[in-house]
Design a protein around this ligand. Structure first.
Ligand SMILES: [Zn+2]
Length: 415
């Protein structure tokens, strides 16, 4: 190991063999034509992307190396790690502009780039696909209520559900991303550089590097039914696209409808799988509308302490006061995962969000039926959020008027 620090802000000169960096041809028809994405920090000369793998965890990796617990040049042994189910390739993988925020070949790295890995190159998967059984009290409740029926395969009498699940790390193709937002690539690079406090100098010094592994969370996909049916026009698909809400999803906090809607979405997915289709839950790491949980809790306090109490008419204003915006989830990038899965039509869409729906339509994905959360699943304290969202254009059969939005419906802070 060399003692000096190697700057990656300018191209390495004279690198050959396993030390040479390879050009990336984003959107090429085969993995080999596209070329491997190399983010090796131990061998900077081979890098052809900006950033590092598992970006959000790279700081922990630094601690592990600094404290002597991890070799700085450790390369993963990928034996037996290949996907438990096959996904793709689908035609969308090579259609220009369809996929800009993940690597469609990310789960196939160990097989597609086997030769390069054997030569010593550090090439890592950005997607992993495995199998699991899940169980939630709500599903047991749905069986007891007669809404779900165990079939002994997908759903057991004790509420166990068989799933395939995939973890997907973000991989951004910067020119494609800029195009999706209708901005200049240079503008995108500059603000990424500035808002990360200069964490990735290559964003401004290496315009030849087009791919960025951003230091943010990715997503987890839960599939119900036969994954290999995806991409066929006759396959019916049900989907809940869910943005992380730790307070409700994990701890059952009653200020929003997140967990109830997630559980309802899973119910809809199980039904679809039992009818021979495929159910899909997409769980995005975008806590608190991608504003983060600290901002979210500050907003809760501001909502509940304001004069006049917690009410729908000031729901978005209180968020804006703290965060400067209402939302930073940028659903524009969300449809990429459907293109990756070869999905062109969603038959049952368990979401009321007009932003999510609009992004799908914009990307040419048909939504047949929108499934709102059943009224009886909405917790009392969450009616402030629900009314505000309906008034702002969420899909529903009833839109509250101004007088109703002015009524304080949420609990006080200390209650
Ligand atoms: Zn929530």
């Amino acid at each position: 190991m060399s003692a000096h620090i190697v700057l990656t802000s300018h191209p390495a000169r004279g690198a050959t063999g396993a030390n040479a960096s390879h050009a990336v041809h984003w959107g090429a028809e085969t993995a080999q034509a596209r070329g491997p994405l190399v983010a090796s920090v131990a061998n900077p000369a081979t890098r052809n992307v900006i950033g590092t793998h598992a970006g959000a965890y790279s700081v922990y990796r630094a601690l592990a190396v600094a404290s002597g617990q991890l070799q700085r040049d450790h390369k993963p042994d990928l034996t037996d790690t290949t996907p438990a189910e096959a996904i793709g390739p689908h035609p969308q993988w090579a259609e220009p502009g369809k996929i800009v925020s993940l690597d469609p070949w990310g789960h196939l790295v160990a097989s597609e780039f086997k030769a390069q890995i054997a030569e010593g190159m550090d090439i890592r998967p950005t997607i992993a696909i495995t199998k699991a059984h899940i169980n939630m009290p709500e599903l047991v409740g749905a069986i007891a209520a007669g809404r779900l029926h165990p079939d002994g395969d997908i759903l057991q009498a004790n509420g166990d559900v068989k799933v395939t699940k995939a973890a997907v790390d973000p991989v951004w193709h910067l020119p494609g991303l800029a195009e999706r937002f209708g901005i200049k690539e240079s503008q995108l690079r500059r603000h990424l550089f500035e808002q990360t406090a200069g964490m990735f100098p290559e964003l401004v010094t290496r315009p030849d590097l087009k791919v960025f592994l951003p230091p943010i969370g990715g997503m987890t996909l839960y599939f119900f039914g036969d994954v290999t049916k995806l991409g066929r026009p006759e396959t019916k698909v049900a989907c809940r696209l869910h943005d992380e809400c730790n307070g409700s999803d994990v701890f059952g906090s009653d200020i929003c409808t997140c967990r109830p809607y997630l559980a309802h979405g899973i119910e809809v997915c199980i039904e679809m799988a039992q009818q021979g289709g495929v159910g899909l839950v997409i769980y995005n790491r975008k806590e608190g509308r991608a504003l983060g949980e600290v901002t979210k809790f500050l907003v809760y306090n501001a909502r509940k302490r304001q004069v006049g109490g917690d009410r729908a008419e000031t729901y978005f204003t209180r968020t804006e006061c703290v965060a400067g915006v209402q939302d930073m989830r940028f659903q524009e990038l969300m449809p990429d995962v459907f293109h990756w899965l070869g999905i062109t039509r969603i038959d049952r869409w368990a979401s009321m969000s007009n932003m999510k729906h609009g992004a799908l339509v914009e990307q040419g994905i048909e939504v047949v039926e929108r499934v709102p959360i059943p009224e009886e699943l909405i917790p009392a304290d969450a009616s402030v959020e629900m009314d505000a969202k309906k008034a702002a254009g969420y899909f529903s059969t009833y839109t509250p008027d101004a007088s109703e939005l002015a009524v304080a419906k949420g609990r006080g802070l200390m209650e």
